[in-house]
Write a protein that binds this ligand. Structure first.
Ligand SMILES: O=C(O)COP(=O)(O)O
Ligand SMILES: [Mg+2]
Length: 211
């Protein structure tokens, strides 16, 4: 089971465009990529909330402002993924796993509606038998629901699975599901080293899976 943003794809450039356009349309200063990278991880509504609050500080943003901002973000982000790229080794890793007969699932906090086009553009849609978005189920990561749903669909136990992700949400979701988590160092863990979450294994490159 794979996470998407920060693990297989570097989506922060396009997420930044959508966040900054949202902020500018609301008369605010653009945030830029360094800030947005640290706001990714809990889905689009949380990214927008963090951008409006400019970080994790408690600030009062009305539900109405938040809904308006989210609508702008969703509209702009839906216009394309032209700046999004696969990380080095991501495609090779999926290809190798598929050749080995390993069944693959994608479990992301990204809203479901953006996933099919993005996977098609990155040419990785064919690798995933199951895809769970951030709003596919009532709970998103760090809740283990997505992992448990995939395991049930695939008819496998936790010991037969691995989860590969970049954020503490991934490590926590895997831990709660009883699944070993492999974490990559290059993703977006709120600017913190992922090793602090004690995943089973830490990789700098997905291809290390085959060493
Ligand atoms: O959309 C997000 O906030 C993060 O998505 P991810 O779960 O694929 O990393
Ligand atoms: Mg991620």
């Amino acid at each position: 089971m794979f996470d998407l943003d920060g693990t297989l794809i570097d989506s922060v450039p396009d997420l930044t465009v959508a966040t900054d356009q949202m902020l500018v349309q609301l008369g605010r200063a653009p945030a830029g990529m360094d800030k947005v990278r640290n706001w990714v991880g809990n889905g689009a509504p949380m990214l927008v909330r963090r951008a409006l609050a400019d970080g994790f500080a408690e600030q009062h943003i009305s539900a109405e402002q938040e809904a308006q901002a989210l609508a702008i973000f969703m509209q702009v982000y839906g216009t394309g993924n032209s700046l999004t790229t696969l990380y080095p080794g991501a495609l090779e890793t999926l290809q190798s796993l598929k050749m080995l007969g390993v069944k693959l699932a994608l479990i992301t906090n990204k809203p479901e509606k953006f996933i099919p086009e993005l996977l098609a553009e990155m040419q990785i849609a064919e690798y995933f038998e199951w895809v769970v978005g951030g709003d596919t189920l009532p709970q998103k990561k760090p809740d283990p629901a997505g992992l448990l749903w995939v395991m049930q669909q695939a008819g496998v136990t936790a010991e037969q699975c691995l989860f590969v992700g970049d954020s503490r949400n991934d490590v926590q979701a895997a831990r709660s599901a009883g699944v070993a988590c492999i974490a990559v160092t290059y993703g977006y863990n709120y600017g913190e080293p992922i090793s602090a979450e004690n995943p089973a294994l830490v990789l700098e490159d997905l291809r290390e899976l085959f060493l």
